[in-house]
Write a new protein. Structure first.
Lengths: 319, 545, 271
């Protein structure tokens, strides 16, 4: 007999794949049925009926939607994301390098923000309703209330221009050492940390408080355990699942925040690439980027769900 | 004085309450309470909700829940004032000299740890014995408390054992460190009556064998009478009466204590006239959608007009499901319901407005049975408007008549439910049901959430209304004392089947079937020695078999 | 009605001030929206309180006009997301069955793509006009309103008082409008505040990316985009919208918190 946990996890992953497929259909159909004509957009004022017809045929826009979806989806499965309309570049190879850069940025933002958010969340719980809690809450409310791009410019204005501490542009290229790269991305990392920190810390605080108010924590107190033991042995094992859930949801959020921050710091990543091609109305590129971002987002959500399944004693030790 | 284990003098406990939208204010939870407990004795603390009994119990460990503070008095344990011990002193005391058994063991165990680890944790933390010794003692206690598989049950996780077993494991946890005092906080309240008696007997035996002293907190005087040597009656944070169990039960001095002792002793002679049935339930079988087993199997009962049929059973017996079937919320898979001579449609949406009007329902939790955003006038007035088209002044007059009928009088019509007490809320729900001029009211555990004295008032009101209006009640309850007070007929349910059905006298008279016998003998009686008698009888019977 | 706490007062004051200045932009703004009145990036002065922008327009006037656009678009998008989301959410909760399944799964699907990415996808094929922006933001955001209102309504529909109304024979309209809605209102109103802030941030982000409000119309995100080059020279013009967005967001948050606290007090009361 298969352990119910394995069954649940398999179900969850299958559901994720189904969702990803549905998203690919949605992305494809969505860009198809909305009013607006790609060929018209590309040619703009210069369009004549003949050039329009030629371009449509060239792009395969005349074929039935199902055929177009199948050839697109078939390509995606083989790693072929098509070619860009604007410069005929192969999208997969263009994305490959940029995706690496984006994940590099997101990774370092996560490395800084996750421990910091959990630490601040714990501090806020430890000193609940006293000044450290209020200070942390106030600060995070402020960072939540300002959009990423403005945090970016505030950082540039003070850190790069006024105090000249950090570079205002985050250009990285091959041949830089890791140290140089980290210095180059320090500012976007800082901004990303600030954008996710608030949410992550607040959600962590709520998750830990929820556990700390359980009756079994009172039981532990009435056994005469030290506070540190209570947290380590009774609160932590139960708080780990909700906290990891919080972290994963915020990582998903971070991946989106990256889009804007890359534009601010002119960082050669996926976000910059996506935004550029949205203004150029280069639909194949936008579809491909959208699919990649959605895949990352769905993947992180699956990880969050799998962790909470694994951490649930009721599922791990069935009756 | 030196032989007192625990002595509390002039205890005063306050808390800061934060009413939303208002300034925080200090409230006194316990005022000037003194008590004394000797080694190996059991003191029962009894009172209604809000009497401060749990708060007092926890002060023996100098513990206050959620901002509760001890602002006056002394607490002496084994000759030292524990309030002067500081945090380290308190930690040394908690879990070692004094331990605690909570009302809901299911919530009080850490869901992520095995039971054994939690049971021996305090013993190990206080360095009282080695891990192997502690485990051995735990197994002995498990066996003593009558747990199945005492050798291996410790390897299980809390969600893998039943509520009654978990309560016993928690008792073992409290006894494992060989404390001087155990605080039992309503340890059997959340259990079914047949489980309660087993846990109660196990606790009593464990107390006797280990010679530990105990504070036993409960709202049920009949329960505490079985285990306590002394009883303290509390009300609104103040002591009402304090004496030996015998004195409190047999010769209570205070008015309030007398009321508690005589609670649930309403005498109701059953109606015997053979009125035609207003409701006939025939061969009902039902299951919930998406489940694989029947919750009700072939249920057949009759309810004569103007009488009361009590449906008795423990949780999971299907008694509330029967109500859902009769109201049409759950169409049965077989069987039929005849009401006032006509067959009722199985589904709610197929019933006529008169069908709906003539069957009304009263719920267990009056809190959630009334829309919190509607005034009493709207709650009672809506059925008047909906069924009889009453509006304006006529409606208001009729609402006031109904309020008079439920003995609430003037001044309530424009109030919101949140401004009423628990008993008043239930009365308004009764008035709402009466407003429809029903022939049948289904009462689903209507007194279970209320304090005993308030519940008595509601039962008396229901009896009066039946005499005035001739309405029939289908009265669903788990409490046999309530059944005695109100029923004309009784149906005993067990696992979805009616195991015994008839007039009150026949159902409550021997010879009994096994389940009814178990159920009846499990209801605590307000006299000392009842528990021992029942246990002795059961042992004899099982030996005889 | 109890006294309004200080935090809520401050929130109400600023929220009110921003909305009034948006409504009366034409009266308050010292100069026209696209009027060039000086050199580029003039410093703060009596004539130009916040200085001038990249091509010499009065920044204060741009901020006031921009506030009008931003607040208008955000308010319209919020209204749209609210009406659609709550109606569908209640419908899903009350009707249940396949209707609930269809709506809930669709919402799951839409929410499995981050909103910003969805918006970029849509804007890559649709022309960016005020109406498009309002509809895109409103519909993407209504998924969250849907989830909340469905959850709230499901909690309420299992209450005994709703069952009592069903047993009485009440119709769906009475159950939704008289039993469920009054009890769902407070969390929904609080959520409305949060959705409004989200819409402000969203439209600002899109404009900053050059995909939202198109010049010469002003809006807060656009002002950042226009003036971002100045930052490198130490000219803080691009940071002015930060102050506006942050104060507006915080004040609306304070009001929403207060509404949630004030109305939840009706529930728990005993005795």
């Amino acid at each position: 007999m298969v352990h119910p946990v394995i069954k649940l996890i398999a179900q969850r992953i299958a559901l994720g794949l189904l969702l990803l497929w549905a998203v690919s259909v949605l992305i494809f159909v969505g860009t198809l049925i909305l009013p607006g004509d790609v060929a018209q957009s590309i040619l703009g004022q210069a369009a004549t009926p003949e050039t329009l017809a030629n371009l449509r045929a060239e792009l395969g826009l005349d074929e039935p939607p199902l055929t177009r979806y199948l050839s697109w989806a078939g390509g995606v499965l083989q790693g072929d994301l098509g070619t860009a309309l604007t410069n005929g570049e192969d999208i997969a190879s263009a994305i490959g390098k940029r995706l690496g850069n984006t994940l590099f940025l997101a990774f370092w933002a996560a490395v800084v923000s996750v421990p910091l958010a959990i630490f601040l969340g714990l501090m806020a719980v430890r000193y609940r309703d006293r000044w450290p809690d209020k200070l942390i809450s106030g600060f995070t409310l402020a960072t939540i209330s300002v959009p990423e791009f403005l945090l970016g410019y505030i950082a540039v204005y003070f850190l790069a221009v006024k105090w000249r501490l950090l570079p205002s542009l985050a250009s990285i290229y091959d041949g830089m050492t890791l140290g140089e790269q980290l210095y180059a991305i320090s500012m976007p990392v800082l901004v990303l940390v600030l954008t996710v920190l608030g949410h992550m810390m607040r959600m962590t605080r709520a998750a830990i408080l929820n556990v700390m108010q359980s009756a079994y924590i009172e039981t532990a107190e009435l056994k005469g355990l030290r506070p540190i033991n209570i947290i380590a042995k009774h609160a932590f094992p139960n708080a780990i699942a909700p906290v990891i859930n919080v972290v994963m949801l915020n990582m998903a959020y971070l991946v989106v925040g990256v889009v804007v921050v890359e534009v601010v710091f002119v960082y050669p990543g996926m976000g910059q690439y996506l935004v550029d091609h949205v203004s150029k109305r280069d639909v194949p590129v936008v579809q491909a980027c959208g699919l990649v971002f959605a895949a990352i987002y769905i993947g992180l959500n699956i990880v969050a769900d799998v962790v909470s399944i694994l951490a649930n004693p009721r599922l791990r030790h069935p009756k | 004085m030196s032989d007192a284990l625990l002595e509390i003098k002039g205890l005063r406990i306050e808390a800061t309450s934060y009413p939303p939208g208002e300034k925080p204010r200090r409230v006194t939870l316990v005022d000037d309470v003194s008590l004394r407990l000797e080694k190996g004795k059991v003191l029962g603390l009894i009172g209604e909700s809000g009497a401060g009994k749990s708060t007092i119990g926890l002060t023996s460990m100098a513990y206050g829940r959620g901002g509760v503070q001890i602002t006056g008095g002394e607490i002496w344990l084994k000759g030292r004032d524990i309030l002067k011990g500081g945090p380290a002193g308190l930690r040394a005391l908690r879990g070692c000299e004094v331990t605690y058994v909570a009302q809901s063991a299911a919530a009080a165990f850490n869901p992520a740890k095995q039971l054994m680890e939690q049971v021996i944790e305090a013993t190990l933390k206080h360095g009282l014995s080695t891990s192997a010794e502690a485990e051995a003692r735990a197994v002995v206690l498990f066996r003593k408390l009558g747990l199945p598989n005492p050798e291996t049950i410790g390897k299980r996780f809390p969600h893998q054992v039943s509520g009654g077993q978990l309560q016993r494991v928690m008792t073992a946890m409290a006894l494992c460190s060989k404390p001087d005092l155990v605080v039992f906080d309503e340890p059997t309240t959340a259990l079914d009556v047949t489980t309660q008696i087993e846990v109660l007997a196990a606790i009593k035996e464990a107390i006797a064998e280990t010679g530990v002293a105990a504070l036993y907190i409960t709202h049920d005087l009949a329960v505490v009478a079985q285990v306590a040597d002394h009883i303290m009656v509390l009300r609104h944070g103040k002591m009402v009466e304090y004496g030996t169990t015998q004195q409190i039960i047999e010769t209570p001095a205070q008015e309030y204590t007398r009321a508690l002792v005589s609670v649930r002793s309403i005498d109701h002679a059953e109606k015997t006239d053979g009125a035609a049935p207003v409701l006939s339930v025939a061969g009902i079988t039902a299951r919930y959608r998406g489940t694989k087993f029947d919750v009700l199997t072939n249920v057949t009962v009759d309810l004569p007009a103007g009488q009361t049929l009590a449906v008795v059973g423990e949780s999971g017996s299907g008694k509330s499901t029967l109500a859902r079937v009769i109201t049409g919320l759950l169409p049965p898979s077989a069987g039929r319901i005849t009401f006032a001579g006509r067959q009722l449609s199985a589904a709610l949406k197929d019933r006529s407005k008169d069908d709906l009007r003539e069957v009304q329902m009263i719920y267990q939790m009056a809190d959630v049975a009334m829309n919190p955003r509607q005034t009493v006038g709207t709650v009672i007035g809506r059925p008047l408007e909906f069924y009889f088209g009453l509006t304006g002044e006529a409606r208001r007059i009729r609402v006031q008549e109904l309020l008079d009928q439920i003995e609430m009088g003037k001044g309530y019509i424009d109030r919101y439910p949140a401004e009423l007490s628990g008993g008043q809320k239930q009365r308004v729900c009764i008035a709402r049901a009466l407003a429809a001029k029903p022939r049948l009211i289904i009462c689903d555990e209507v007194t279970s959430a209320l304090d005993p004295l308030v519940a008595d008032g509601i039962l008396k009101l229901l009896l009066n209304l039946q005499a005035q209006e001739g309405v029939a009640y289908l009265f669903i309850t788990h409490d046999l004392a309530t059944v005695r007070a109100i029923a004309d007929r009784i149906a005993v349910m067990f696992k979805g089947k009616v195991v015994r059905y008839g007039t009150k006298t026949t159902v409550l008279s021997p010879p009994f079937d096994d389940y009814t016998d178990l159920l009846l003998s499990s209801v605590p009686e307000m006299k000392m020695g009842w528990l021992e008698n029942v246990i002795a009888n059961r042992k004899m019977e099982s030996a005889g078999n | 009605m109890t006294r309004i706490p200080l935090a809520a007062m401050i929130g109400l004051f600023f929220t009110g001030a921003y909305f009034l200045s948006a409504i009366f932009a034409g009266v308050i703004a010292p100069y026209g929206m696209a009027e060039v009145v000086g050199d580029s990036w003039e410093p703060w002065s009596a004539a130009h309180w916040l200085g001038t922008d990249t091509i010499g327009r009065d920044l204060l006037s741009r901020m006031i006009w921009g506030g009008q656009t931003t607040i208008f678009v955000a308010a319209a998008a919020t209204a749209l997301s609210f009406i659609t989301g709550s109606v569908l959410g209640f419908a899903a909760a009350v009707l249940g069955g396949w209707m609930d399944q269809l709506l809930s799964r669709t919402v799951d699907l839409v929410m499995s793509i981050p909103s910003l990415i969805s918006a970029l996808l849509i804007l890559s094929v649709m022309p960016s006009s005020l109406i498009t922006l309002i509809v895109v933001i409103g519909l993407l955001d209504c998924t969250r309103v849907f989830r909340l209102s469905r959850a709230v309504a499901v909690d309420i529909t299992v209450m005994d008082y709703v069952e009592a109304a069903r047993l009485r024979g009440e119709g769906t309209a009475w159950i939704v409008f008289r039993e469920i809605l009054p009890n769902a209102l407070s969390p929904l109103v609080a959520e409305m505040g949060l959705r409004f802030i989200f819409a402000v941030l969203f439209i600002s982000t899109l404009s900053f990316l050059g995909l939202g409000i198109q010049p010469p119309m002003a809006d807060w995100g656009g002002i950042v985009k226009e003036n971002k080059e100045g930052i490198v020279y130490g000219i803080p013009a691009a940071l002015v919208p930060a102050v506006a967005i942050a104060t507006l967001a915080i004040s609306v948050n304070l009001v929403a918190d207060w509404i949630l606290n004030r109305t939840s007090s009706l529930k728990g009361g005993r005795g």
